[in-house]
Write a protein that binds this ligand. Sequence first.
Ligand code: APR
Ligand code: PHB
Length: 396
Amino acid sequence: MRALGTQVAIVGAGPSGLLLAHLLALQGIESIVLERQSREHVEQRVRAGLLEQGTVDLLRAAGVAGRLDREGLVHEGFALRFDGAEHRVDFTELTGWTTTMYGQQEVVKDLIRAREAAGGHVHFGVDDAVPGSVDTDAPRVRCTLGGERVEIACDFVAGCDGFHGVCRQVVPAGALTTYEHTYPFAWLGILTSLPPASEELIYAVHERGFALHSMRTPAISRLYLQVGPDEPLARWPDERIWTELRTRFALDGGAALKDGPILSRGVTAMRSFVVEPMQYGRLFLAGDAAHIVPPSAAKGLNLAVADIRVLAAALSAWYADGTRELLDGYSRACLASVWQGQEFSAWMTSLLHPFPGEDRYAANLRRARLRDLVTSRAAATAFAESYVGLARPRLG
Ligand code: APR
Ligand code: PHB
């Protein structure tokens, strides 16, 4: 077995792992990133695409927002449709903050290019990485690189390997507490080569289910439909998707949604998950490896970036002067934001979706909440502060 060494071994090259590697490199800290999938796979994987202003600011400060600044679509509000009428929520007027539409896989591409340009080590197709000795001062990761077995000695392991990753599994049972909730529905998402029907997002609440009209570029739209859990895609031929979208987006007296070629489609489960603490010895979990949210509020990527900001600062402090304080407090520093994101995602999920089998009483409560949001400035402001991510920095 060949011996390798680095300062931080990072498992997973999603946004969390790549951003961590980049921020550490800016501080002169070396890392090796190990990713199970191919580069093509991670660059093409379609995920959410709404970046909070704080996320954009961090990417800009890290020097990886050149294309994001050129191509990202800056938004100041969205439309909310229910009961056949449309209402606008001007979140920028309410909070002063904007959001930017830019696909998560574009962030991933930009970060991979930045690592490449800096001569960073990102290894794709590594499907057997296993961290060990994370409860000692000499952790290591064993894996196969280029057909050769290697053992990477490191100071720390960053578990950035998503919900299905290996890092959480090396923590002994009993050291972690998990919290989970699964919703009785899913989102069917499509990408279509059709210019967005509107410049702003449209959230549509319909008795047949929720629908969202979003976009990636001025030529590519992203649409979602609430469907049953584990819905087989085979049951959704193009015509059924468009008919259902037209029905749910219908406005009294409004133009019908146009259909177009579907470039890709997939079903996203609606699940919430948190693990506490987010660290064990010298292993630090970040992003989807530690927590996931249903996609309703598009918080997943933004919460991952928030973790990485804290983790990069804590590791930098340790390497600068040997202080463990920030590292020891990593989990505590992240979890307030994590639970705030959980709460808002759960709240938005319950606001937007008719739950299967719900009675008319529950449906009317949801309507009352929707009306409140479009008639009360106080309610809209509280909502907007969470939506744009302004509520998070207040947690300190
Ligand atoms: N070894 C190496 N890599 C792994 C392993 C493993 N055993 N298991 C998973 N991975 C990789 C996955 O292939 C993926 O590329 O870890 C990466 C994790 O990336 P993400 O799932 O994108 O998680 P994260 O980087 O934390 O980003 C969070 O992703 O799922 C969305 O909504 C979520 O937007 C949020 C963001
Ligand atoms: C998306 O474009 O993927 C998206 C946008 C807003 C959301 C959820 C998802 O609330």
